[in-house]
Design a protein around this ligand. Sequence first.
Ligand code: NPW
Ligand code: ADP
Length: 300
Amino acid sequence: MSDPAAIPDARADAPVQWRDWTELAASGSIAVPGPDDDKYSRGVLGVVTGSDEFPGAAVLGVDAAVRTGVGMVRYLGAARAADLVLRRRPEIVTAPGRVQAWLIGSGQSSDTRDEETTAALDHAIADGVPLVVDAGALDLVDRLGAPAVLTPHAGELVTLLKRIGTRIDRATVSADPERWAARAADATGHVVLLKGRTTHVCAPLAGASPRVGARVQAPSSWAATAGSGDVLGGIVGSLVATHSDEVLADPELLVALAATGAFVHAWAAERASDRGPIAALDIAEAVPRVIARLVSGVAD
Ligand SMILES: NC(=O)C1=CN([C@@H]2O[C@H](COP(=O)(O)OP(=O)(O)OC[C@H]3O[C@@H](n4cnc5c(N)ncnc54)[C@H](OP(=O)(O)O)[C@@H]3O)[C@@H](O)[C@H]2O)[C@@H](O)CC1
Ligand SMILES: Nc1ncnc2c1ncn2[C@@H]1O[C@H](COP(=O)(O)OP(=O)(O)O)[C@@H](O)[C@H]1O
C-alpha cells in the first residue's frame, strides 16, 4: 500500500493538460524522406539492448525501429544478441559510429549488467544525443544529461519513484496513472511514457504550468504480450532519431514523439491482431502499414 507520509509534496501534482493523441496528431511526427535524403540524413539509431538472459528483446526493438523509418540502426549490445539481431536483420550495422539517438535498456537488468554493456551504456549516456531509456537502464536516470524519454511499465515506475523516496505499489500506479506519470516526470526531469491499455506521456514541469501530457488509448488489449514493450522501444527510438535536432532544440517535442510511438504501436497491434491473439514481432511487422496510413492520410 502507498504510504502518503513518504511522498514528498513540494512539486507534487502540478497541473497537466492531458490531450488524447489522435491519428492527426500522430501524423505530424513522421519524417518522410525527400529526394536529397540519404540513410544518414534520415537519422541513425544507436541501440544497446538485450543481454545473454534476454537476447530476444534486442531483436524485437531493432526490427521495430527499422520498420518505423529510421535511416540506419547501429546495434552495439551483447555479442549473443548481436548474432540474433543480424540473423533477423542483416541491414543492421554493428560497427561503432555516429548516431542521432540511443535506445537503451530493453531486455537488460541492472543486477546482471556485464562490463561490456556497462561501457556501451556509459558511451550512450555521454554522447549528448536524445535517449529512449527502457527497463534495465532506468536505474541510470540520474546520469542522463541529454533529453530523454523513459518508458516504464507500472512496476518499473514504482521502482523509479522509490529511488526518490516515494513508496507506492503497482496497484496505486494503475489506479491513477496520470498522477504518477506526472510525478515520475517531475522527479526525474525527463519525459515519462507510462505503458498500459492507456499509455500516458508526460513532460516534467519546466516553467509554464499547466504542462502538456498525451494519452494514447489502445483499441484492444491483445498488445499485452511478452516483448510488446521492447517493440515499442524500437518504434519510439526510431521517431526520436529521425527528429534528433528538433528534440535537442526543444526537448518537450519528446512528448509528441513518444505519444506517436505509442499510437503507432497500438494500431500496429490492432492491424496485426484482426481481433485475435498476436506475438510481439507481429506488431513490428504491421508498423509500416500504420505509418503509411499516417503519412498518406488515406484509409485503406
Ligand atoms: N523476449 C524477450 O527477450 C523479452 C524480454 N523482456 C525483458 O525482460 C526484462 C524484465 O521485464 P519484466 O517486465 O517482464 O519483468 P519485471 O519488471 O522484473 O517484472 C516482473 C514482475 O512480473 C511478475 N511476474 C512474473 N511472472 C509472473 C507470473 N507468471 N504471474 C504473475 N506475475 C508474474 C513478478 O512478480 P513475482 O513473481 O515477483 O511475484 C514481478 O512483479 C526487461 O528487461 C524486458 O525488456 C520482456 O520484455 C519479455 C520478453
Ligand atoms: N491491457 C493492455 N492493453 C493494451 N496494451 C497494453 C496493455 N497492457 C500493456 N500494453 C502494452 O503492451 C506493452 C507492454 O510493455 P512491457 O510491459 O514493457 O512488456 P515487455 O517487457 O514484455 O515488452 C506496452 O506497449 C503497453 O502499452
